[in-house]
Design a protein around this ligand. Structure first.
Ligand code: AKG
Length: 217
């Protein structure tokens, strides 16, 4: 459906998970981000399976008094719903085990997005539906396919001030694809925002799988 050129790693690796040993970057106002490059292996096969097996849906939204397509395809797997590939169940369980002491609860849902090309995108937002609007939590994102920039910028006044003072100023950029894991934690969903911007030129498809705990969207 959406062809992808595999990287060298994708070609030689079996489907599985490398050891979960993320590197943490503290962010302003109580947020942090963990990164574990190439965590999921055998990405080419998983991507091919997901692009065919998932019932991708186009959603509509209102913009300037007009209903338009959301620029990406989506599928949400609710608590208790089987995930479309066993390695995603392993990933969710491994994340729950790794973060159990810090998070205090398991990851239970999986949101999936398919960015078909550089025209697909998601605008600046925090995942602030449910408890994440008031409580610290985590959103763990596994990226498959062509790397895309995942941008983070401070949103609360305090985060903006602290981020500015730290000398960084602008947005942070994580180039994610090919099985990379990014976990946004602490206050990140309410004090920072994230986005996947549109890109020009030839951009291959990317699938993002977001694992979240109960009542976090
Ligand atoms: O594509 C991504 O990794 C980000 C997805 C996202 O922010 C969302 O669906 O809320």
């Amino acid at each position: 459906m959406f062809g992808m050129q595999g990287s060298l790693l994708d070609d030689i690796d079996e489907i599985g998970l490398r050891p979960l040993e993320p590197t943490r970057t503290p962010l302003a106002d109580g947020a942090w981000v963990d990164v574990c490059p190439g965590w999921l292996t055998g990405v080419g096969d998983v991507f091919a399976h997901l692009s065919q097996a998932v019932e991708w849906r186009a959603e509509r939204r209102w913009m300037y008094e007009r209903e338009v397509d959301t620029p990406r395809l989506l599928r949400f797997y609710a608590e208790g719903e089987a995930l479309p590939h066993p390695v995603l169940e392993h990933a969710r369980d491994a994340l729950s085990r790794h973060y159990t002491r810090e998070l205090g609860e398991p990851f239970t849902t999986a949101g999936m997005c398919l960015y078909r090309d550089g025209n697909d995108s998601v605008a600046w937002h925090g995942d602030t539906l449910g408890r994440s609007s008031t409580h610290d939590t985590m959103v763990a994102i596994v990226s498959l396919g062509a790397p895309r920039p995942l941008l983070l910028r401070p949103a609360s006044e305090r985060a903006k001030r602290e981020h500015q003072r730290s000398g960084h100023g602008g947005s942070l950029r994580f180039h994610v694809g090919h099985g990379d894991l990014v976990v946004m934690g602490g206050s990140c969903q309410r004090t920072w925002q994230h986005a996947v911007p549109k890109l020009t030129g030839s951009v291959g498809p990317r699938i993002s799988v977001q694992f979240r705990p109960h009542d976090v969207r």
